[in-house]
Design a protein around this ligand. Structure first.
Ligand code: KG4
Ligand code: ZN
Length: 342
């Protein structure tokens, strides 16, 4: 079955054609990063306008590249949650309109769950369930016990910034462009990770929750001390702050994930979200993972994309007994992945 995936939760418009949840025929992304860069973050109104402009041309190209016609589609999958409301509406309404016009069912899928599915799509082997799901993106940071694809129990989540958001904000303080994650990773290569004794936060009584806001403030004070004038942001200082920040944030994620895996007795760890792109993160898991098996998304599927939406949509549709969603489906700006699978 050919599934069209549509993604528009934030600042990427994406369309993909995927067969049977796995074989990618096309996977196109129109990123708005350049447009938002001047503002240092996503401007929702601009994002919506771009989704409107980009979606139809991208859809046409995705079909063309895949060699698939609209009449070949068996299902339309769209990320209907979570994200920016205006952005979500554009993808969801496009999916509904196509579904109605073509007489093809559509399903709404959860973007965060799709990030985990991206890792399953990228690996031939399947994890043994239960396993640990680790979502580290620009909007989310959470640990899930995955009983199976579609069954999740929340173990811990961020109480303030998401990991990717902290990377973006730290980068902004260091005068690096948006999105900041890859910029911090690049700058960190020339820096000393021990130059500053940064540490991510802990949450009382919740050992698997995350807190990155204190770490962010520590970054600010390292370049703008409260009791002195701001330091000159030399190349070396920027690299040292970036490396120390990156190490502290990533070690926190790796340690909490590994402790959770130990506590819940799971051997396999499935990771998803833009921060999984970070090489140092992958290194830390293999250095400290003690034989735990990690399932990483391919680099193509780690950032926002529509192949993971089409892929997951196929399974959502199958497990519901091949029933699509009703046209009354709304988009949700916040929706945990364990609330999505009725
Ligand atoms: O999953 P994603 O594409 O979008 C969301 O669903 O949020 O993640 C984007 C986030 C951004 O915050 C970006 O800075 C971060 O992922 N990111 C990285 C790296 N590449 C992207 N963070 C750290 N290191 C990277 N190499
Ligand atoms: Zn995402």
């Amino acid at each position: 079955m050919f599934v069209l995936g549509i993604e528009s939760t934030c600042d990427e418009t994406a369309c993909a054609i995927v067969e049977d949840g796995r074989v990618i025929f096309s996977n196109l992304v129109a990123s708005q990063a350049k447009m938002h860069e001047v503002y240092g973050g996503v401007v929702p109104e601009l994002s919506c306008r771009s989704h409107v402009e980009d979606l139809i041309p991208l859809l046409k190209r995705a079909l063309e590249e895949a060699g698939v016609r609209l009449s070949d589609l068996g299902l339309i999958a769209v990320s209907h949650a979570p994200g920016l409301v205006g952005a979500l509406l554009i993808g969801l309404n496009a999916a509904k309109a196509l579904s109605l016009a073509l007489g093809v069912p559509f399903v709404g899928v959860n973007h965060v769950e799709a990030h985990l599915y991206a890792a399953l799509m990228s690996n031939d082997a399947s994890p043994s369930y239960p396993c640990l799901g680790v979502v580290i993106s620009g909007g989310h940071t959470a640990l899930w016990l995955m009983e199976s694809l579609g069954q999740y129990r929340l173990i811990g989540q961020t109480v303030d910034d998401a990991a990717g958001e902290a990377f973006d904000k730290a980068a902004k303080m260091l005068g690096l462009p948006y999105p900041g994650g890859p910029q911090i990773e690049q700058a960190a290569k020339k820096g000393n990770p021990k130059a500053f004794p940064f540490k991510a936060g802990t949450v009382k009584g919740k050992p698997f929750d995350f807190s990155f806001s204190g770490l962010k403030t520590a970054v600010l004070y390292s370049i703008k001390p409260q009791d002195r004038d701001a330091l000159e942001l030399t190349e070396q200082l920027r690299a040292d702050v970036a490396a120390s920040f990156q190490e502290a944030a990533l070690i926190d994620i790796v340690e909490k994930a590994l402790k959770a895996a130990e506590l819940y007795g799971v051997n396999d760890i499935v990771l998803g979200g833009g921060v999984t792109n970070n090489r140092r993160l992958r290194e830390l898991f293999s250095e400290r993972g003690q034989g735990k098996r990690c399932y990483w998304p391919s680099l193509e599927l780690s950032l926002d994309n529509a192949a993971m939406i089409a892929g997951l949509g196929y399974h959502v549709y199958q497990r519901r007994g091949c029933r699509g969603d009703l046209y009354t489906l709304t988009c949700e700006t916040r929706l945990p992945i364990d609330a999505c699978n009725s």
